[in-house]
Design a protein. Structure first.
Length: 415
């Protein structure tokens, strides 16, 4: 009797559980139907994930690699395009027109500012790495984060054109292997284009009266590879810039017969090390954290000139012909982009010693060229064998059909 009662109670318990399960199941599906109806979805349909965005990254240098990694981290599909056979951009030393680097080049920014998040440079490397080391680092970065397989190497982009608006907007990228003709061109539809061709794609070369009549060699710093071919020659470097003009002038001075450095405005020379630390680190620890930035822009010119010349023991800059910007102009300086860029400090390395020793001679602005040399604005004339333009680059992507930078700045000269 007790066994029969236990069996009956067990059956009742099972029926109760089945009924409860049925009720819960019905409530669940009812909520799903209501939710699907509210968003226009048919009952039983699963919500589909949004399609991955496809982005074309043009350029495999530092900016291109960082951009590619960030977009991959965001879940996008990246298709990279690089003209050269190696990633690394201008830091890869190449002879010929594809190169942008000279053999003695070193970074003018210390490695702690250059290294990527989550991928530090080796501690054994110097604070200012060479171009060989930076090329090695960028390729290791690409390998580590799987960027190499995302790039089409030795491939040039012919054009990238935007079509449609809003949700329908897309780009058509036309590309081909380097050196091939129009019959080898292919097209690809992408959701967005990231222009990472860098700031050194188009050299800026000024023109002066009589320049075509000059019988010597004329080249841009992007074409300069080393001082070996200028042994025993008289060479003029035009422009100081952020670093390349003073860098090339110093490099040439160890082989050329005489080097001249022409600057139209005064220059502020900043040594790479201050107090035993890279200049950027020194300023961050000792000045930027304590002095308002606007005031710092006015005072930095005076301070760096004093520290540069006296710490190197070469004495007054004016004594050696290195003119600084007018003091009155520095105190009038306001937060104006063009004026500030005109007074940007130039990385000098050992220029003051080379000028003090006479290996580099300072000159003012150019007035005109003659067959054998250059006439300067102060009336002096120098016979020359070569002229090297250190006059910067145009930010430009000729023929690619898309704008670069802020509106109206597609071809802004970079100082």
């Amino acid at each position: 009797m007790e066994l029969a009662l236990a069996i009956v109670l067990g059956l009742v318990a099972v029926l109760v559980l089945l009924l409860a399960f049925s009720v819960v199941r019905e409530l669940y599906w009812d909520s799903r139907r209501r939710r699907a109806a509210s968003c226009g979805q048919a009952p039983g349909d699963e919500e589909q994930p949004a399609p991955r965005k496809v982005v074309a990254v043009i350029g495999g240098g530092m900016s291109g690699l960082v951009c590619s990694k960030r977009m991959l981290d965001e879940g996008m599909t990246v298709v990279g395009f690089e003209r050269a056979d190696k990633l690394g951009g201008l830091w890869v030393f190449r002879e010929g027109p594809e190169g942008k680097t000279y053999s003695s080049l070193r970074a003018n920014v210390h490695k702690e500012r250059l290294e990527m998040e989550g991928f530090p440079m080796p501690r054994s490397w110097p604070r200012y790495p060479s171009h060989w080391q930076l090329a090695e680092y960028l390729n290791a970065f690409a390998e580590h984060f799987g960027l190499v397989k995302a790039y089409k190497m030795q491939t040039e982009v012919v054009s990238c054109v935007c079509y449609g608006h809003g949700d329908e907007q897309h780009w058509i990228v036309k590309y081909r292997p380097v050196g091939e003709g129009a019959d080898a061109e292919k097209t690809m539809r992408v959701d967005a284009v990231a222009m990472c061709v860098g700031q050194t794609c188009t050299p800026f070369v000024p023109t002066y009266p009589g320049q075509d009549a000059f019988q010597g060699r004329i080249l841009h710093t992007s074409q300069y590879r080393g001082q070996a071919e200028f042994q025993g020659k008289r060479v003029l470097v035009v422009g100081a810039g952020a670093a390349s003009g003073t860098d090339v002038a110093q490099d040439l001075s160890f082989g050329a017969k005489q080097v001249f450095l022409s600057v139209r405005r005064g220059v502020i020379l900043l040594p790479r090390f201050l107090g035993g630390k890279p200049n950027g680190e020194w300023f961050e620890r000792n000045i930027w954290a304590f002095v308002p930035f606007a005031w710092m822009l006015r005072l930095v010119a005076l301070m760096t000139n004093m520290m540069t010349y006296e710490s190197f023991g070469t004495g007054s800059a004016d004594h050696h012909g290195i003119k600084g910007p007018p003091v009155v102009e520095m105190f009038r300086l306001k937060l104006d982009e063009c004026k500030i860029s005109d007074l940007t400090a130039t990385d000098c390395c050992n220029l003051t010693q080379r000028v003090a020793m006479g290996a580099v001679r300072m000159k003012g602005g150019i007035k005109s060229f003659e067959a054998t040399g250059v006439l300067f604005e102060d009336g002096s004339f120098e016979e020359l064998d070569a002229v090297v333009w250190a006059t910067g680059f145009n930010r430009d992507c000729v023929g690619l059909g898309c704008h670069v930078g802020r509106e109206g700045e597609e071809s802004k000269q970079l100082r």
